[in-house]
Design a protein around this ligand. Structure first.
Ligand code: OOG
Ligand code: MG
Length: 258
């Protein structure tokens, strides 16, 4: 039995000290997925006790682009603290982070609570108020931004900041699989993808998250945001960098690294 609180504090200290740390699995032999989610939960719960709140949830590693970039072939689930949420056009202070990277995100804004052990994409669309564009700033707490699936889960799936776009669309007013996303860093296009890059359908990603949460009798709450995952690889942010995620049906989102 490993000490979940010990490892949660180990990761929180890395955040606080802005310092990369060694993977947990390498230090204990092997980190199981249930233990990894327990560490994540303790980490997030301790932040809530320190005065933060939950703004929503996230998926990671839901596209081939991300899975190949990180060498991990399964999705992971995490939480989005309120303190990490920024507007559609925001500055991110690099000195607050370790080695941040930016990636585009499809973001669901929930209109209703949603809890179901066999949740479908259709139920997700019914419970969603709108879908907006976003940019997630990820900042793995691990050395060289390298990790195994259990390690990245313990680290709340590298979550650091989330920029959430303003305009968006009602979920049934557009075919989300056809929404196009472009990502540009300092004027240079890094890639383009459609919503279909997210396991075939962004709404199916959210349904997977809901099925995952149901295993612990949990669900999504009305008003929460859900990041479905990046359809394109993440890009490192150098001082002064400007990254824009453009979407065919949502407003653009821009982050400036300062
Ligand atoms: C893990 C987080 C992945 C996404 O959208 O795929 C993620 C990482 O790549 O550090 O947030
Ligand atoms: Mg992400």
């Amino acid at each position: 039995m490993i000490d979940h609180r010990y490892w949660a504090r180990y990761l929180q200290r890395a955040v606080d000290d802005r310092r990369e740390v060694q993977g947990i699995g390498a230090q204990i032999g092997e980190l199981s997925l249930p233990d990894a989610y327990e560490i994540q939960e303790t980490l997030v719960a301790e932040r809530m006790f320190a005065g933060d709140a939950l703004a929503g949830a996230k998926l990671g590693l839901t596209s081939k682009a991300k899975q190949e970039q990180m060498g991990v072939d399964e999705p992971a689930y995490g939480w989005v603290p309120s303190s990490s949420v920024l507007g559609a056009d925001a500055e991110v202070e690099l000195a607050d982070l370790i080695h941040p990277r930016a990636e585009p995100e499809f973001v669901f804004v929930m209109g209703d609570d949603l809890a179901s052990p066999n949740c479908t994409a259709d139920q997700v669309l019914d419970a969603t108020e709108r879908v907006v564009g976003g940019i997630e700033i990820i900042d793995s707490r691990y050395e060289a931004f390298k990790f195994t699936l259990p390690d990245v889960i313990a680290d709340n799936t590298s979550a650091a900041r989330a920029l959430i776009g303003e305009s968006g669309v009602a979920p049934r007013d557009v075919d989300l699989t056809q929404v196009e996303c472009t990502f540009t860093v300092d004027g240079e296009l890094t890639g383009t993808a459609t919503g279909a890059a997210l396991l075939g359908d962004p709404a199916e990603c959210v349904a997977m998250l809901v099925r995952h949460l149901a295993r612990k009798d949990r669900g999504l709450l009305a008003g929460w945001i859900v990041l479905a995952g990046a359809p394109l690889g993440a890009e490192p942010l150098a001082p002064g960098a400007v990254a824009t995620a453009g979407y065919s049906h949502f407003g653009d989102v821009t982050v400036r690294a300062v």
